[in-house]
Every structure is written in C-alpha cells, then in structure tokens.
Design a protein around this ligand. Structure first.
Ligand SMILES: Cc1ncc(C[n+]2csc(CCOP(=O)(O)OP(=O)(O)O)c2C)c(N)n1
Ligand SMILES: [Mg+2]
Length: 666
C-alpha cells in the first residue's frame, strides 16, 4: 500500500502538509527537468497556500470567470509554484503529467508561465517587473469596469507575488507609482522578501527600504514572517480593508526545507540534487515518492479549489438578471460593436471629400473622436503627450482615484509602465486599450510590446512623431531604426498610414486584429490626402496596394510608407514629365502585405519595373521588397535638429532624389 492509499481516507490536511505538497512538486519537477527554479516556490509555498485556500476567489472549473480574483506570479522563474497550485486546486489543464513534463517541448508547463498555455495562467511572466506592472493594469481595468457595470458584476482583487528582482526593475517604480496615485486599493502585492537573488544576497546590490519606497508612492505596507500562515492571513485580511494598494513584505527563506542549500542563491535556479532533495523530504516530513501527493492532502487542496462555487453561482445569477448582460458579454468576448464598419466608411468618405492636408496624428485624433463614441470598451491614454499624440477625444474624461468612470488615463511620463499596464488591461478583458507616446520611445516600451505580441493581445500603441519629419527636436527624438526593429518582432502589426484615409483604415485593422498588438506610426507634420476617390474597400487590409498607376507603360515602381508616399507621388510627377511611366505603391503595413499571395505581392511591387523604396528610416527590411536591382531613399544616420522641410532636403528625401535614383536604375 502506498502512502497515498494509506492517507486517502483521512479527512483534512494541515497547512504545512499542503504547503509541502507545493515544495515537493517544485523540487521533483525541477529534478526531472534537470533545470528550473526550486527556491522561490519552496520559499513562498506558505504564503501561496494561505492565499489560495483562504482568500483568492477562483473556480478551476471556470477559469475564465470574469469576476475572479487575478493572481499574477510576477516572479515568473518560480513557475512551478503556479503550476503546483493549478494542479493541486484542480485546474483541468494542469494534471500530474504536465507537472512531470515541466519545461518539455509541447507541455503546458513551460519554463516560465506562458499566457494561453493553460487556463489559470493570467499573464506571461519571466521578464522581471512585467508581471507587477500587468497587475496594475488589471487592477485599473477592474475599477473602470466596476464603474461601468457596477460592483455586482465587477468586484475583485488582484494579487501579485513579486520578488526582489521584480522590485529592483525600474518598471516596478513606474507601475507602483501609478497604482499608488490612482489608489488601486484592491491590488495586493506579496513581496517575496528573501533577500536573495542570483548573484547572492541582495545587499550586494541594493540598500533600498522597499516598504518605505512603496509608502512614498501612497501604498500601505506591512511586513510578516512568510512562514507563519496566521500572520500572512492577518496581513492579507488587513490589506483587503485598506483604502490604497498594499505591499506585504513576506520574509521567507529561499529553498525552505533544503537542509544545506536553503537561504542561499544555490536554490534559486538549479536542481537541488538527489542528496539535498532526500534531505528536504526528511526535514519537511514528506516521505512520499516523487510527484506523489497523498490523497488527504490532494483532497484538501481540491476542496480549497471548490471553495468559491457558491460565490460563482451568485455571480451568474446577477449576470443573468442584469440589464447590462448583453453588453457585458460582448466586451468580455472582445467582439466589436455593430456600426463600426459604417463609421469607418463614413470617416473615409469624409476625408476623401474634404481631402485635408493634415498630420496623420491629427487625422488619427479625428478618427478617435468617432471610435470613442461607438466603442465604450476603448480606453485611451498617453504618457504625458496627450496634446501631441492626439489620443484624447472630446468626450473623454480623465480617470482619477475618485472617479473611474472616465475612459482616459494620464499615464504620466511612464512609457514602460503604461505599455505593461495596457497588457494587463487587455488580459483582464472588457477593455481595448490604446495609448500614445513618441515613436522613438517605443524603445522605452519595447519589453512590454514584445509581451503584447507573445501573448497575442489586442493592444494599440499610438506612436506619433514618426520620423525626421518631427523637425527641431532633433536626433534624440527622431526615430530611424524603430520601424525596422518593430517590424522584426513576430506578431506585431506596424502600421504607417500615408494620409487621413489610410489612418481610418489602419485603425479599423488594428481594432479587428484580435490576436495581435499594433503600432500605429503617425506623423507630426502635415501630409496631403492621397486617396481623394472614396473606396468602400479597406485597401490597407492587404498591407500594400497600387495607389497611383503609371501613365503609359510602367517602367518604375515607387514603394513608400507614411509621409513618404506623398514624396513618391511628387517623384512620379517628375518622372512622368520625362515620359517615364511610374506607379506609386503605398505600403501601410508590411506584415499584412507579407501575408498576401505571391502573385499579388509580385504584381503590386511592380514585377520587372525598376523599384525604388522611400521611407525616412533605415533600409533594413526593405531588401526583400526591392530586390537586388532596387534602390532605396531613406536614412543612414541619426537625423538632426532643424525644421522638417530643411531636414528632408538635407537628408535627400526629396522627389528629385527619388526620381534620379529611379533614372539611375533604368
Ligand atoms: C528583466 C530580467 N532580467 C533578468 C532576468 C534573469 N533573472 C531571473 S530570476 C533573477 C533574479 C531574481 O531574484 P529574485 O526576484 O530575488 O528571485 P529569487 O532568487 O528570490 O527567487 C534574474 C536576474 C529576468 N528573468 N528578467
Ligand atoms: Mg529574492
């Protein structure tokens, strides 16, 4: 008879047995995988047990329950903590085989938790600091949706486990500062205060007083022995009553239970080894085989997993009785409302008729005026560049700590925190976030943009001042390599519309892209409307299309994006005047263009005609479009400070230069 059988009938389990189940699974899975991070799960097992058995509202049989508490494991290297919890509480996606196949190809139990691999993983974590910043977005989304739908439908907490590393990262400052400012009281961070990171004790590198730092942001703080379950429970209970977010510093021993290695960096990120695992089993009083969780302990965990069934049932009844049910379900599912297509078409028709010369950031602002009227799930914002990004519509009221019924977030000068919070909002559901800064500062958002793309979230980055065309602010503000580097990121749509009509089309495409984030790169400077004949069809949907045909036989194809499409159009006029048949192709989205069939791409790019690309940016990425024989007019250095017109002349981004580049290749 195995130990499991012997205990199966016993009722209940002690706290330490339940916590030790997490420790044992973490040790065993890391041993089997021959890699991984046992220290953090072993250290935080007590805290996590208290949270998941007494406080967290969740239902493993309905992991997507919209009003569940969110749990974010910001210290993603401790992924086995999360997998153990999901297995023990009964989430169907994580069975014992998944635990046994930790870190193996095709398993749901990846090295770091990956959103979408298993229900119950609320966000992808691993890049330290992202998780806690996602959680700020989730907690903000909760407040916004509660203001919209009432606390009968939306009323939950967001819990985070964050380690020393998360709090060393700069993004934690941006995120925590915003959370404190907005008084996101239902955000509770359990800080794994083990004073160890990879290189050793944290006093090698930091002398911060972390709780004091958080208090300065407007948080409440507490400090407890993270191995005293009652103390942890009291702290969480108190935190839930606070009128501001709470950080609970939980003093823990990394690798708790490992006889020789506990308390040292040696437990952080490597298997403990057979001797140490045996010693830990002795010390913890865990006589069971690897991956074996005795029946009474598993049962106790499953009971904890079933704790909230009644609460979930009550919530279902409230939803069923709610007049808002249809709209709530629509936004939760991320379905766009009817009327959007018509609105986009009206916008396009209006732009085509008026044919304004307008910066694309301005036409984007006009598009947003309409979109914000018909899409109540759109939440906009900017990192302190609202007037420059044109992200705020007339009907927008700013969100504040006293009023979450607005739909505009002044993120402050916190680009990284903003991008991660948008991921959190998108992950939460019920909201489509968009927000702006300058395109050059996508570098300040990039780790979070990458996670939007990896997690396949619909997050819209409105990135204005998209080239040397921004002028006098000079090379620090002039993006040059950013389009190329963003286009290198898988599953990111990079839009660079040429005129107001394309702006409306690109917004429609970004909103429709349910599983991709988008960057919409917009000009500071005015550009003419190039699409003055209205088409109902969204021509940008193919990523590229012939904007202007050649008169006579086409000998040259000018390929351009954004503000340089009008440069190409002017170059065409010069070439046509010389009797050289020239087409202009607009390429508002290279990713969508790459997804078209070969025949369409070949024909659009101009077959055997001479091809010249024009973009006020580096050439990287254009080679495939231009072929060996093609030319490129763009940037090779960093730009300069001067009025935009002077810069286009200075760097040779002119119609004359494009025309002569084409002629040289004829
Ligand atoms: C942005 C980022 N930088 C570096 C790493 C590599 N890394 C993973 S865990 C870790 C140390 C984290 O220390 P701590 O949060 O205290 O975790 P503990 O050792 O206590 O488990 C580092 C540097 C990472 N995952 N993300
Ligand atoms: Mg640590």
């Amino acid at each position: 008879m195995t130990a499991t059988d012997a205990n199966a009938a016993a009722a209940g389990a002690r706290h330490d047995e339940m916590a030790n189940a997490i420790r044992a699974l973490a040790m065993d899975a890391v041993e089997a995988a021959k890699s991984g991070h046992p220290g953090m799960p072993m250290g935080m097992a007590d805290v996590a047990t208290v949270l998941f058995t007494r406080f967290l509202s969740y239902d493993p049989t309905w992991p997507e329950w919209p009003d569940r508490d969110r749990f974010v494991l910001s210290a993603g290297h401790g992924s086995m903590l999360l997998y153990a919890l999901l297995y023990l509480t009964g989430y169907p996606d994580i069975d014992i085989d998944e635990i046994k196949h930790f870190r193996q190809l095709g398993s749901r139990t990846a090295g770091h938790p990956e959103y979408g691999h298993a229900a119950g993983i609320e966000t992808t974590t691993g890049p330290l600091g992202q998780g806690i910043a996602n959680a700020v977005g989730m907690a903000l989304a909760e407040r916004i949706l509660a203001a919209r739908f009432g606390d009968g439908l939306v009323d939950h907490h967001t819990y985070v486990i964050a380690g020393d590393g998360d709090l060393m990262e700069g993004i934690s400052h941006e995120a925590a500062s915003l959370a404190g400012h907005l008084r996101l009281a239902k955000l509770i961070v359990l800080f794994d205060d083990n004073a160890i990171s990879i290189d050793g004790p944290v006093d090698l590198t930091t002398s911060d007083d972390v709780p004091a730092r958080f208090r300065s942001y407007g948080w409440a703080t507490d400090a407890v022995d993270g191995h005293d379950p009652e103390a942890v429970a009291r702290a969480i209970a108190a935190a839930r009553g606070n009128d501001r977010p709470t950080l609970i510093a939980c003093r823990t021993v990394i690798g708790f239970g490992a006889p020789k290695k506990q308390g040292t960096a040696a437990t952080h990120g490597a298997p403990l080894g057979p001797d140490e695992v045996r010693g830990a089993r002795d010390r913890l009083g865990w006589p069971y085989e690897p991956f074996e969780v005795p029946g009474h302990i598993l049962e106790a965990w499953r009971e904890a997993g079933g704790r909230c069934r009644g609460e979930v049932g009550d919530w279902r009844r409230r939803l069923a009785a709610s007049a808002e049910r249809g709209e709530f379900e629509r936004v939760q599912a991320g379905r766009l409302p009817e009327g959007l297509d018509r609105a986009i078409e009206e916008l396009k028709r209006g732009f085509a008729e008026k044919a304004p010369t307008l910066a694309t950031r301005q036409s984007s602002g006009e598009v947003l005026e309409r979109l914000n009227e018909i899409l109540p799930e759109l939440v906009g914002g900017s990192a302190d560049l609202t007037g420059s990004n044109n992200t705020r519509s007339k009907l927008h009221r700013p969100i504040s700590r006293d009023d979450f019924s607005g739909r505009y977030v002044h993120f402050g000068v916190r680009e990284h925190g903003m991008a991660a919070a948008m991921n959190g909002m998108a992950l939460h559901g019920g909201i489509i976030p968009y927000s702006g800064t300058f395109l050059v500062f996508t570098d300040y958002c990039r780790p979070s943009i990458r996670l939007s793309a990896l997690m396949r979230r619909r997050v819209i980055y409105v990135m204005t001042h998209d080239s040397i065309g921004l002028g006098e602010d000079g090379p620090t503000h002039q993006p040059v390599e950013h389009l190329a580097s963003l286009r290198g990121m898988p599953n990111l749509l990079v839009f660079r519309p040429a005129c107001a009509v394309e702006v409306a089309e690109c917004w429609a495409l970004a909103l429709a892209a349910e599983t991709s984030p988008s960057v919409i790169a917009l000009t500071r400077q005015g550009v003419p409307t190039l699409r003055s004949r209205h088409t109902a069809e969204n021509l940008s949907a193919r990523g590229g299309y012939e904007l202007l045909p050649a008169e006579g036989d086409a000998r040259v194809s000018l390929l351009a994006t954004g503000s340089e499409v009008s440069v190409a159009a002017a170059a065409r006029a010069l070439l046509q005047a010389d009797g050289i048949g020239t087409r202009v192709v607009s390429l508002p989205c290279l990713e969508l263009f790459a997804a078209q069939g070969e025949a369409y791409r070949h024909a659009t790019l101009g077959g055997d005609t001479v091809r010249v690309g024009v973009e006020a940016a580096v050439k990287q990425g254009w080679e495939a479009l231009l072929g060996e024989a093609g030319g490129f007019v763009g940037m090779t250095g960093f730009g300069a400070s001067a009025p935009a017109g002077a810069l286009y002349e200075h760097f040779g981004l002119t119609a004359a230069a494009v025309a002569s580049e084409a002629k040289a290749r004829l």
